[in-house]
Design a protein around this ligand. Structure first.
Ligand code: SAJ
Length: 429
């Protein structure tokens, strides 16, 4: 199947790189977003999100004349839906953006078109929700037009590379739909393209993120045990991982972002009676910020009135994304416990928050502080030189929740050093 024009609905972390990559590969792309500010910004080459290399890519796509930005879909050979699927109260999947995106295609859908859903969705969304909406056009999914689900699997921070290099799974509602999907993504995907059915492809995506969540929960639980038994969990994990079939992940302040902290709930919500492990893992990871606060309280005696420098607020290292960020939750919980939290987030200098005093530069965030709390392993923070930091702060204690700093260097610079999950450092060994 040949695609001259495609329409990408949703210009977020996935839709925008996808639209731009198609455009720079020579296809006419109409990038659509319902947010007027985002549309106006992009039309002038201004991005509303940060991802390494993305600005250059979008600007090249716009300059090529192949990418146009619009607030409404237009007729095209293929439509890609890449809108958010957040969750609502009670952890229920909010599919309203998928529904309205599908509806917005209706007036433009023609015989022979391909529609691809990329948004992470609960099992059977493509066949039970999207197909019936599109069938209202009078055309029949699988017969008159083709319909597939192809999950995005790119890692924030590495999106542009992974978009091209990752294996891509394409699940069609029938074989012809999957094959049309392959024809479309072959445009730029250099990884393997594997065809399956739509519901399997939905499950694949949810299983990947759930597997990571469960494994991080296991690492976090191991860190609790290590703290209890006077073991350094980081050392123990390193040694256990020397086993040829063991790959334990890293503990930390919790699991954030709009993917792994959300997606497992799509399975739990859909089938609560058969997903106790997935639910428990979610709860363990959601409780990690509170564990960090308890850890700090243990080290400081009390949190009341203590000035704590929260270093990093993003959901993980070297990204600017604060959605579902455990670091931010730690800051909020510390504030609730009576601490004065001074925060520094190098990737979102202008961020403000009612509970936190957010400083624009590192120095101002540490001057008056009692303890430096490393919450995100941003390269800038990992590379701090302890002897230089010692000149800038009243603090003589550091707490490392991400294994980003070296104990010996901080101790040599006169700091007491504590690391989450390190029962040895907790006992002063
Ligand atoms: N984290 C840990 N310990 C670890 C690894 C991660 O605590 O050992 C934490 C991170 O700090 C972060 C969270 O988990 O808060 C998630 O980070 P991540 O790097 O594991 O994943 P995401 O959410 O940035 O991206 C994931 C990826 N999924 C998998 O690796 C299976 C990505 O490939 C997906 O495309 C993305 O979700 C998505 O959009 O679904």
């Amino acid at each position: 199947m040949k695609f001259n024009t495609i329409c990408v609905l949703g210009l977020g972390y996935i839709g925008l790189p996808t639209a731009s990559t198609f455009a720079t590969s020579g296809i006419k792309v109409i990038g659509v977003d319902i947010n007027k500010q985002i549309v106006a910004g992009l039309q002038n080459g201004h991005l509303h999100l940060y991802e390494p290399g993305l600005r250059t890519l979008v600007q090249a796509a716009l300059r090529s004349g192949n990418l146009t930005i619009n607030s409404q879909p237009e007729a095209a050979d293929a439509f890609i839906i890449a809108v958010p699927t957040p969750f609502k109260e009670q952890k229920k999947a909010d599919l309203s953006f998928v529904e309205s995106a599908a509806q917005s295609i209706l007036p433009h859908l023609r015989k022979g078109n391909l529609v691809v859903l990329e948004s992470t969705s609960p099992p059977r969304t493509t066949v039970d929700l999207v197909a019936p909406i599109l069938d209202r056009s009078g055309l029949k999914a699988g017969q008159d037009f083709l319909l597939a689900y192809s999950p995005e699997r790119v890692l924030p921070g590495q999106i542009l590379r992974e978009l091209i290099e990752n294996t891509r799974v394409i699940g069609g509602i029938n074989a012809a739909s999957a094959e049309a999907g392959r024809d479309l993504y072959t445009t730029f995907v250099r990884g393997e393209i594997i065809l399956t059915d739509a519901t399997t492809a939905e499950m694949v995506k949810l299983m990947e993120n759930t597997s990571r969540d469960v494994n991080i929960a296991l690492a976090n639980e191991f860190s609790h045990l290590a703290e209890k038994y006077g073991v350094d969990v980081w050392e123990a994990i390193r040694l256990a991982n020397r086993h040829p079939r063991v790959k334990i992940l890293n503990p930390g302040p919790g699991v954030g972002g709009h993917c792994i902290s959300v997606d497992p709930w799509f399975l739990v919500e859909a089938s609560p009676e058969i997903t106790p492990l997935i639910r428990t893992a979610r709860e363990i990871n959601d409780n990690q910020p509170q564990h960090v606060v308890d850890f700090c309280r243990q080290k400081l005696g009390t949190l009341k009135g203590k000035t704590i420098s929260a270093l990093g607020l993003a959901y993980k290292a070297d990204v600017d994304d604060l959605r579902e960020s455990p670091a931010l939750m730690v800051g909020e919980l510390l504030n609730k416990a009576g601490a004065k939290v001074v925060a520094y987030e190098p990737f979102k200098i202008d961020f403000s928050h009612p509970d936190l005093k957010v400083e624009k530069n590192f120095r101002d965030a540490i001057t008056e502080s009692k303890v430096l709390l490393l919450l995100v392993a941003h390269t800038e923070l990992r590379n701090l030189v302890p002897s230089e930091v010692a000149q800038l702060t009243a603090a003589r204690m550091v707490i490392d929740t991400v294994g980003g700093w070296e104990k010996e260097k901080w101790e040599a610079a006169g700091f007491q050093y504590f690391r989450l999950g390190d029962g040895k450092s907790m006992q002063g060994k």
